[in-house]
Design a protein. Structure first.
Length: 368
């Protein structure tokens, strides 16, 4: 997903830090001829921050994207596409106060060790959820590309803390309602309870995590590769690159371990002249290849580590035990902001695999 690995066709490289000047992305391998504008990318970025101020950080960036290369006369050229947004609302004072006090649950300590203390610690620097802006911009390009071939990527919230939605929702309900709720839960009645859980956690100086699901529709069978480049392995890798994700499962996931083969196997049927399956316990992937069924993923997202309660840590400059109470502006729950990032990670990976599998050509359309 990042860099230019051998065999990858659609590659993504991100740059920038939470409190640096900009956050940006370079997408290489996007076919020429895709209609693309800054408005397309803006539409995806606008989904990142919920409108309800009660459940999000007070840091509200405008996130206006600027395309720097790879687009000419409204179409992609086949050259690398560079896009950036400026950081205009960063406040770094509180991070200066705790620069020697690594926050429990954050990457502060291992990052400081890896980079010898030269890393940008403000707002978590490179390890902040802020860098998902770059991923979402890449995802905007990938989603528009996939839409040309009928592939639809839908991520949404299914639980916040102990509040869980058990309703079976149609794809149309998910598509219609997920961004109507600040929590990104398409079960609107449950979405209100989730919002209450987030607000209550904030009042207590606490935070909560949750689970996001992502369903992908209309992926043709045979997309993917065998061992080491399998579709589900690459999707999992991409999802684990979304900050705060601590678990990924497909289909029934860990629950499948409780079943017998006759219960877990997805029986094939002919439906409408096409091969289908009566169930989707495997989550749409077999042997690293798509099987034509919806691809279903579920990701576990940890509670925001930066909380208002005092926590134990160490003072690295004095090498002694200490405590830290995190100040500043932080989300009491990152799940709503993670939903579009999950969607983007999945879209980028699928775009790569569909190009590699020959479902997406190198030139999409020609214009005069």
């Amino acid at each position: 997903m990042a860099g230019n690995s051998t065999g990858k066709e659609f590659t993504v490289t991100t740059f920038g830090e939470s409190h640096g000047k900009v956050v940006g992305v370079v997408v290489d391998g996007c076919p020429a001829g895709l209609s693309l504008s800054e408005a397309d990318i803006q539409a995806e970025l606008d989904r990142r921050i919920p409108a309800d101020p009660k459940i999000v950080s007070a840091r509200i960036e405008k996130d206006v994207p600027k395309i720097l290369s790879g687009v000419f006369n409204g179409f992609t050229t086949g050259a690398p596409i560079a896009v950036m947004v400026e950081n205009r609302d960063a406040e770094s004072t509180s991070y200066e106060e705790i620069k020697d006090l690594p926050r429990p649950g954050h990457a502060d300590y291992p990052a400081g060790i890896k980079y010898g203390g030269f890393n940008d610690y403000r707002g978590g620097g490179r390890f902040s959820g802020r860098v998902t802006v770059a991923l979402i911009m890449a995802g905007a390009i990938a989603k528009k590309l996939l839409s040309k071939f009928g592939v639809d990527v839908l991520a949404y919230t299914t639980s916040i803390g102990k509040v869980k939605s058990d309703r079976k929702l149609s794809a149309e309900e998910i598509r219609k309602n997920r961004y109507r709720a600040a929590t990104r839960c398409p079960d609107l009645a449950c979405a209100e309870k989730m919002e209450e859980a987030i607000v209550n956690a904030r009042k207590e100086g606490e935070s909560v995590g949750g689970i996001a699901e992502c369903i992908v529709l209309n992926v043709p069978p045979g997309v993917g590769e065998p061992m080491f480049d399998s579709l589900d392995a690459d999707l999992a890798k991409a999802l684990f690159n979304v900050p705060a994700v601590k678990g990924v499962e497909f289909g029934l996931g860990f629950e499948i371990a409780k079943l017998k083969g006759s219960e877990s196997n997805d029986a094939y049927i002919v439906e409408g002249g096409r091969v289908s399956a009566s169930t989707d316990n495997m989550g749409g992937v077999l042997g690293g290849l798509s099987n034509g069924m919806p691809i279903m993923m579920r990701v576990a997202i940890k509670p925001t580590p930066s909380i208002g309660k005092e926590q134990k840590t160490v003072n690295l400059s004095k090498m002694e035990d200490a405590t830290v109470k995190v100040k500043g502006r932080h989300d009491p729950c990152v799940v709503p902001k993670a939903v579009p990032a999950v969607e983007a990670a999945v879209a980028v990976t699928l775009a790569d695999h569909m190009i590699r599998s020959g479902y997406i050509p190198k030139v999409l359309e020609r214009h005069k």
